[in-house]
Ligand binder design. Structure first.
Ligand SMILES: [Zn+2]
Length: 242
């Protein structure tokens, strides 16, 4: 997973979070997300950095999401900290869900609303697959990080609209359907769950330890342990013969 930090620090949504504009921001920041919402951008722009540039403006007060996934590289541009409250779905889902945008292929051309024609099917399907697969990885990572169940915690913008927590959009399903791509939200959730199980499965005969310091003087070690325990209470000291 290629994750590039690209925070939209000029966007009014970022500023509302940084200043904790009201209790909705404070609650989201303290608690973290309860769900993950998948979007697609609804225009033929595959490059995540284009959105990062266009949305990182003080006068861009329409929307802000947590990440864009580039359709040409599969790289993920993270545009808000994961525990910031986004402006991505036009409903109460902003209070509970992280919002992630799939960038869409430039081998399509929108003809009005959610309708588009496909200019080059092979290119469009390859672009679509790249962003879809990166989204599976990202959502598995986020489910692991926040203890979320992929089956119940993941929805699309379209599904969020049907549940009454988002505006009535059709993304990203319209993109997959319009391309004739084999993806659905049920398939997406199942693949995220499989990836999450793979990520968290114990590996045979191995244990992974993280060491943060080594001292010859026990007093120094104990002092350092107290510092580490302020952040990681389960940290412990182990003395070993040299
Ligand atoms: Zn959307």
């Amino acid at each position: 997973m290629e994750l590039i930090e690209s925070y939209l620090t000029n966007n009014p949504c970022y500023k509302a979070n940084a200043q904790t504009a009201d209790s909705r921001y404070a609650v989201f920041q303290a608690r973290g997300p309860l769900g993950l919402m998948l979007h697609s951008v609804g225009c033929a722009q595959p490059r995540a950095e284009v959105f990062c540039k266009n949305w990182n403006r003080e006068d861009y007060n329409q929307a802000c999401v947590h990440a864009f996934i580039d359709a040409k590289t599969g790289a993920i541009r993270q545009t808000l900290p994961w525990n910031y409250r986004g402006w991505h779905c036009g409903g109460s889902g902003n209070d509970s869900h992280i919002g992630v945008e799939l960038c869409e292929s430039d081998a399509i051309r929108y003809t009005g609303g959610a309708n588009f024609t496909v200019l080059n099917r092979n290119t469009a399907l390859a672009d679509c697959k790249r962003s879809y697969e990166a989204a599976v990885e990202l959502f598995a990572f986020l489910c692991g990080k926040y203890g979320l169940d992929p089956k119940s915690a993941i929805c699309s913008h379209r599904e969020g609209g049907a549940q009454g927590i988002a505006s009535g959009h059709v993304d990203p399903e319209h993109y997959w359907t319009g391309l004739g791509a084999p993806y659905t939200m049920d398939r997406f959730r199942a693949e995220v769950e499989a990836r999450l199980n793979h990520n968290t499965a114990p590996q045979e005969g191995r244990i992974y330890r993280i060491q943060v310091g080594a001292f010859r003087n026990r007093a120094y070690a104990e002092a350092y342990l107290r510092q580490v325990q302020a952040h990681f209470p389960e940290a412990f000291l182990k003395a070993e013969a040299l």
